[in-house]
Design a protein around this ligand. Sequence first.
Ligand code: GDP
Ligand code: IMO
Ligand code: MG
Length: 426
Amino acid sequence: MSATVVVGTQWGDEGKGKFTDLIAAEMSMVVRYQGGHNAGHTLVVDGETFALQLIPSGVLYPHVLPLIANGVVVDPKVLIAEMDMLEKRGVSTKNLKVSSNAHLILPYHQELDALHERYLGENKIGTTKRGIGPAYADRSMRVGLRVQDFLDEELFRNKLTSALEYHNKVLTRVFNQLPLEADAIAEEYLNIYAPRLTPHVVDSVGLIHDELEKGGNVLLEGAQATFLDLDHGTYPFVTSSNPVSGGACVGAGIGPRNIERIIGIAKAYVTRVGSGPFPTELFNEIGDHLVDVGHEYGTNTGRRRRPGWIDAVMLRYAARINSLTELAITKLDVFDELEEIKICVAYDVDGERHEQLPSNQTLLHKAVPIYETFSGWGCDISEVTSRSGLPKEAENYLSFVEEQVGVPIGMVGVGPGREQVLHFGG
Ligand code: GDP
Ligand code: IMO
Ligand code: MG
């Protein structure tokens, strides 16, 4: 019985989907434990690209049971569209399961997300405007609707009416918008979405534990990342859930002792979408090169991702917070044409050297990276198949990252394809 967690170590888009898909070959169940359709996880299999938002990245294997657990916020319209997209492309979603305890995203969540961003103006978070924050806020306020409410029409209508009474006051009196109609939302959710989704609704906690008890391998797929975590990220420029590995316990209903392996996914450089501090951010032609070669545009929103050098201070923090057992480095191939590659080893803040992340965020805003510089390798590594086949400059870079973070590298990505991975082994 064992569970494995895949977790982002930076600000998202590290390649969690790709590695989840790869590792899922040996899994019986793949579980999303937090976030919602703010995520965009890309898989490339036999040259075909799949961009997933809500459905776990194990869905491509017929032997894997994909499960959306209690910690996820589900927009049923998006989930159904994603199921339809996969079915059309020949991927069965008949085994997909959705926790009865997962919370629903409702139309007012999306509207409030956009209005709140507009209200914040220059201080905006740069959210995906998918209604994630407002849906989790309703969960905390205890006025959220859950997937299980689909099963009781009267209860659904009552909860919706009372939640909307409050939200309509905010929409009309604070934001000067038109109120939303409870009946119209109830019709859409109860008549269109509920009949499609109820056959997939399960007791997810029971299902996961049954699987673990019978010796199955369960993979927990994090969305977003450590530095977007509500508690441990660069607050307030974070998402509204807990992507860190501890979040997998809460979001899926397992205990820490169920987890054996925790794989931190780290891009060979760093990207960030939306606002917030980013000490190693690059504003020069090297940053543009990383964006161009790495195709660093949001999977869903199309926004340009902000690029920067890899940051060992961040990765040390991610190693601690998540209890990482290994690192998987992605997109090493994006460096192929660079003459020099930098790794941030510490921050200089007002003349003082910091090797660990400062807990006072004002210091992070002022942090000046201290770099070690490495030579590039100047050749195409996308077809390399083993660690020993890497140019010595690439090996130097990876060994230094390993040493700086204090966590072994288990896998390295040299291209978007499922097979473009080097397995380092112990
Ligand atoms: P996620 O949100 O962490 O799953 O990452 P995204 O899918 O949003 O972004 C990662 C992007 O990098 C996707 O387009 C992947 O296909 C691509 N990718 C993943 N690993 C590699 C790699 O090793 N090399 C290259 N060139 N691309 C990769
Ligand atoms: P994956 O799983 C990158 C960012 C948004 C914004 C902040 C809050 O693909 O790595 P939200 O809509 O969650 O309230 O936005 O979080 N963000 C992501 N950035 N990858 C993601 O997911 C993200 N999900 C949210 O850009 O800065
Ligand atoms: Mg992504």
